[in-house]
Design a protein around this ligand. Sequence first.
Ligand code: UD1
Ligand code: CA
Length: 478
Amino acid sequence: MLEVVILAAGQGTRMKSKLPKVLHPVCGRSMLGYSVLRAQEMGAQKIVVVTGHGADKVEEAFAASGVVFARQDQQLGTAHAFKQAVPHLSGNSDVLVLYGDTPLIRLETLQNMHRSHETAQAGMTVLTADLHDATGYGRIVRGPDGAVERIVEEKAASPEEKKIREFNSGVYLFNPRALELVEQIGNSNAANEYYLTDILELYRQEGARVEGFKIQDASELSGSNDRVQLAEADLIMRRRINEQHMRSGVTLVDPQSTYIEDTVRIGRDSLIEPGAVLKGKTVLGEDVRVGAYSVIEDSVVQDGVTIKSHTVLEGAEVHSGADAGPFARLRPGAVLEKDVHVGNFVEVKNARLLEGAKAGHLSYLGDATVGREVNVGAGTITANYNGIGKFKTVIGDGAFIGSNSVLVAPVEVGAGAMIAAGSVVTQDVPEGSLGVARGRQRNIDDYARRFWEQHHEKVSQKHAVLHAWLQAQSAKNS
Ligand code: UD1
Ligand code: CA
């Protein structure tokens, strides 16, 4: 049994942000989100988040996550923060303490620490690592048997203690005694804060063992206090995420320039070209190709789809065998069914393109249904908006929409119908009919030649080819 307390009430002034520090994202997930996720992965029976600065925003962001909140109205120190969580704890399980701003701690680290805590039957286990310079952190003072004797805060450390490289990460495992011991902690120290580290001495007075669980990679324990550290955490996290995808069978042509958020899933044998950005709830199937500099957010892309370079997907759905881009834009509600082709400079919004439909070039398809194997000619626009409301265009199976047509919604084109190029279609076109809605062509004989002839002088100066043609014409006619 394990319960988790996440301390997240601190201010985070150095972020210089309206957003509470713990809500700042690292690879698409908020820092606090990682702590909550790790707690869930640990199988926590209960997760208590201690909130203070920006509590309303933090609690709103995690309202649906299954955690409970304990408010710490004044930030009087880490022990005081922990105390706020105590009423929510059962008192009969171990308690893991995490911070809301250390997103890089690995699940394996916490699992190993928990195992070691249980094996040693420790009252308390502290997660530690070595740093070349641990300035600012509490230092770990170990006894001859390796147990932790004291944690000395920077402000109280002697010159000798300041040389200690092993530091306190602030992550602890406690047995249930912590709930009562924390009540005995006072604030008579240099900072007048209630130090959670003081609980160590209380455990030792009871004869309980205090273990230090030391890991090799100190970067796992680093918090992000400003935007520079946030970017560093992002970089470390990004490498990890990318490595994980590569190890599970995804080719990243250039992992350095590939940005994949923590929340994204990708199937085997997919290939991601340089500069791609994959965000949010995006799920890619197997054998998907994502072209260079494409951005895919909150979208579902099924097996075998090709997204060509510079394509942007947002809330879109692309079924097997379809392809989009280069330079296509699929906005929320865009659904490309099987074998659909969407080419360059085509924008699709809230529109379903049924199996085998094609829109190769320069189109806007909004609030529309495009039937099976429809050919949407270059430059076709569904005019879905009249300045007040949005209206729908329905194109039947197998229809052929000539280039540069405007379909003024609400309008319906029947199955197998044709639209003549350049039409402005304002009325429904019945099944199998041809809709022509454009001016008729009229050719005026010899008009152009006479015009050029009148401006002979200028033509000879400016247009060599035309000039030669004019001369040939007059030679023929004389
Ligand atoms: C604390 C430890 C120190 C350790 C360091 C690791 C104590 C006394 N010292 O330092 O040994 O090396 O963490 O980072 O515990 N918080 C609250 N409410 C408070 C105070 C803090 O929720 O009243 C939260 C903060 O939001 C933060 C975490 O607790 O997530 C740590 O607070 P911080 O002030 O950074 O730690 P220190 O007390 O300096
Ligand atoms: Ca502090």
